[in-house]
Design a protein around this ligand. Structure first.
Ligand SMILES: NC(=O)C1=CN([C@@H]2O[C@H](COP(=O)(O)OP(=O)(O)OC[C@H]3O[C@@H](n4cnc5c(N)ncnc54)[C@H](OP(=O)(O)O)[C@@H]3O)[C@@H](O)[C@H]2O)C=CC1
Ligand SMILES: O=C1OC[C@@H](O)[C@H](O)[C@H]1O
Length: 393
């Protein structure tokens, strides 16, 4: 959308320097106009912070080719105190999200917090209450919701093309089985380490639930509380290695099946010939979305009365030609900028209430499967001096 007015600039502070912090910040640094034809908002990286050292933050900024004006902090406390920063992107492990996001909210910053929002629903409720109290914007970073394919699929469903959606089956499984019976993550890795709130559900199953929710619950005119039945296979660390959840909305006659596994893969080959990662079914037809569920690039519409005709639509992730980079996380960043520009505290595509219901579903599934996490990371009492905030581990 072209416009003559000056774009609104959102000033970011990046909390943590790991894999996704790198990926997301590189997306922030792309040119919105030349990359994705966005002219109303832009992004500035003001600073990054590492809980390990200031040097680590500096190395991070150099690696991602941030502008020389970007500051490097050796603590999360310094980052949230920087008056030049509008919004903090929390890119720490799940275990840290509650304490880190609360640190930023307490400092009066807007917050975009990586998925899964928190370890428990109670923690998520507390963050939402704090965002309300501080009158700031707060959003869970489920980037998939803001990708054009998700928006298009939601529109298709709303157009009634397959009738009411009665069933969705969604899977995100990553195929890390090893012949010795383990999975290919060290026990200390955040994927399976209970101290870091590891496990398939909080890391990957959240995307399967995202498809179940964005195609059903999100579109319900009168929101219905879901019923939940879960089966969990525990890994030897105590985290879940495979989780299957049935989410039911009886009044809407609809059921969602959200699957995730560290051992099996959604498709045995990269072409996903095994079938769609997400299958959305109504009496008038089906929509098939080809995975991976966090960033799918194709959907098919199969209408019952179209004589077997299948409409296939492909998507791609645009790149900034100058930086030769584009991962698809910039659309959620643009959403943050627009909401903050317009004075909104939450995003319509992923409202607080919906993040909270999804956290409640995950709470319930983990409870049914007997997965528990340590007190340090499940408490809903904020402590600015928690090791999760100071990095003194
Ligand atoms: N949206 C998406 O596509 C993706 C989202 N994610 C989400 O992002 C978050 C981070 O994942 P990812 O970047 O892969 O994780 P990494 O392990 O690569 O990075 C996590 C960072 O958090 C900081 N940190 C603070 N305390 C600890 C600790 N005790 N152990 C480990 N790291 C710590 C570190 O930065 P420092 O030392 O500098 O403070 C570290 O670099 C998770 O919530 C994950 O679910 C992950 C991958 C993809
Ligand atoms: O969010 C994510 O998406 C991609 C996965 O590889 C990663 O484990 C997960 O955190």
């Amino acid at each position: 959308m072209a416009s003559n007015s000056t774009p609104f600039t959102l000033k970011w502070g990046i909390m943590a320097t790991g894999w996704i912090a790198e990926t997301f910040t590189q997306d922030l640094l792309t040119n919105p106009a030349t990359t994705r034809d966005v002219h109303d908002v832009r992004h500035e990286v003001v600073a990054a912070a590492s809980s390990s050292s200031q040097q680590r933050a500096q190395e991070f900024l150099v690696k991602i080719k941030a502008p020389s004006s970007a500051k490097a902090y050796g603590s999360y406390h310094e980052l949230v105190a920087d008056p030049e920063i509008d919004i903090i992107y929390v890119a720490t492990p799940h275990s840290h999200h509650f304490q880190n996001a609360m640190l930023a909210l307490e400092a009066g910053k807007h917050v975009l917090c990586e998925k899964a929002l928190t370890v428990t629903a109670s923690q998520a409720h507390k963050l939402v209450e704090k965002a309300k109290e501080k009158n700031v914007f707060f959003m869970e970073a489920v980037w998939t919701r803001y990708q054009p394919i998700s928006i298009k699929v939601r529109e298709l469903i709303q157009s009634g093309i397959i009738g009411p959606v009665y069933r969705v089956v969604a899977d995100l499984s990553v195929g890390n089985d090893k012949p010795d019976g383990t999975v290919s993550f060290a026990d200390t890795n955040r994927m399976v380490n209970p101290d870091l709130a590891g496990g398939a559900l909080l890391d990957l199953g959240i995307y399967s639930l995202t498809w179940v929710f964005q195609t059903m619950y999100h579109l319900q005119k009168e929101k219905e509380k879901p019923k939940v039945v879960a089966a969990i296979q525990k890994y030897h660390t105590g985290a879940d290695e495979a989780t299957s959840i049935i989410v039911q909305w009886p009044q809407h006659k609809s059921q969602g099946i959200a699957l995730t596994s560290l051992r099996l893969a959604t498709g045995v080959d990269s072409e996903n010939t095994a079938g769609p990662a997400i299958r959305i079914q109504g009496p008038g037809g089906e929509i098939h979305v080809t995975g991976p569920a966090y960033r799918p690039l194709q959907y098919k519409v199969i209408q019952k009365d179209a004589g077997g005709k299948i409409e296939t639509v492909d998507f791609s992730i645009p790149k900034d030609p100058e930086r030769d980079w584009g991962h698809g996380m910039f659309w959620e960043a643009d959403e943050c900028a627009r909401c903050i520009r317009d004075g909104k505290k939450e995003s319509e595509s992923l409202p607080w209430e919906e993040s909270l219901v999804i956290m409640e579903v995950m709470d319930e599934a983990l409870k049914q499967g007997g997965v528990t996490y340590p007190d340090l990371i499940t408490t809903d009492v904020f402590d600015a001096q928690s090791p999760l905030n100071t990095g003194k581990r």
